[in-house]
Design a protein around this ligand. Structure first.
Ligand code: ZN
Length: 316
């Protein structure tokens, strides 16, 4: 779930959203056909991003409904793990010497700390809530549990290739971190790539994944001029590998079928000084997507797709 989608479920769609939906619906068959062609023409060892994809138009997700039901206790407390890092450069493998920061979206404790996470922080271009609760499936599998599980799988895959992996948090704190701190952790680590892992909370029938890229913004501490291009490269590679690893189609409700969206309102991107993207792996509020997100074997494929995309980017 993205950071401004925690409106109540009864919130009506904005005027004009119907037109947008129709426009996107009209675009999807063509764009999806492009993806399928692209998939068919590229072998599994190809490292190139999907250059043939249409350029995505910038869109907002502010009108999406995003109810966040109470978490299920059984699903909300994945085990914390160590943040200790091996000395940089001690590993071997194709990603040796590379630093990847993985940002598990939200925190299972956010539901119990709503006043703290609603406090505004400076994102350079604006002020924004510290963090949000994230969404959940209809039967209570929380986004926070999902993001932490995928992030752990992603860490294992990246470390096997020699990368040094740092997390923004390991559920070892009561809530957060705030979005500005999440960005600073990647900056301080001088990460070669940062990926923030999420799942969306959109309407039933809205399916598929999308990767969120930073827009060109400047204001206060925010200046994305140096990261827009490398982040797009990172995001395109992750999108391409994610399709291949999971078999999931790009979002049918955002990005015109490209699986890519550009946003200027996310502090975690605006404040980053290193290449960074978000990935919304699927829509927790759609029953078919939810069934995938709840499957551990699918989550392993999702982590593999993200790891393959990062690996492709770091070895470009
Ligand atoms: Zn999220």
């Amino acid at each position: 779930m993205s950071y401004d989608e925690n409106q109540p479920p009864t919130r009506p769609h904005r005027t004009g959203r119907g037109n947008l939906a129709i426009a996107i619906a009209a675009l999807v068959p063509t764009a999806l056909a492009g993806w399928l062609v692209w998939k068919a023409m590229n072998g599994p060892e190809d490292n190139e991003p999907p250059k043939a994809l249409p350029t995505p138009s910038k869109q907002t997700t502010a009108g999406k409904p995003g109810p966040a039901p109470s978490p299920s206790p059984s699903a909300s407390s994945p085990a914390a793990s160590s943040t200790s890092l091996p000395p940089k450069g001690s590993a071997s493998g194709p990603l040796a010497g590379k630093v990847v920061v993985v940002d598990p979206g939200h925190n299972p404790g956010n539901f119990r700390h709503t006043s703290e996470i609603n406090e505004l922080v400076d994102i350079g271009t604006n002020r924004k809530e510290c963090d949000t609760t994230g969404t959940a499936t209809n039967d209570g599998y929380t986004e926070a549990a999902f993001t932490f599980d995928v992030s752990q799988r992603l860490r294992t895959l990246l470390e096997k290739q020699g990368a040094t992996v740092e997390f923004t948090h390991t559920n070892d704190r009561p809530f957060g971190p705030c979005v500005d701190e999440r960005a600073r952790i990647g900056n301080k680590a001088e990460a070669d790539a940062v990926v923030s892992v999420h799942a969306d909370g959109s309407g039933v029938g809205n399916r598929g994944f999308h990767v969120i890229l930073p827009a060109l913004v400047k204001g206060g501490a925010a200046d994305t001029a140096k990261i827009v291009a490398p982040s797009r490269d990172l995001g395109e590679r992750i999108a391409g590998k994610f399709v291949r690893a999971t078999g999931s189609a790009p979002s049918n409700y955002l990005g015109g079928g490209t699986g890519l969206d550009v946003r200027e309102d996310l502090g975690g991107l605006n404040l980053s000084t290193v290449p960074k993207v978000f990935i919304e792996c699927g829509n927790m509020r759609d029953p078919k997507d939810a069934a995938l997100l709840k499957s551990s074997s699918w989550r392993q494929k999702a982590a593999q797709g993200i790891a393959d995309g990062i690996g492709s980017y770091l070895q470009r």
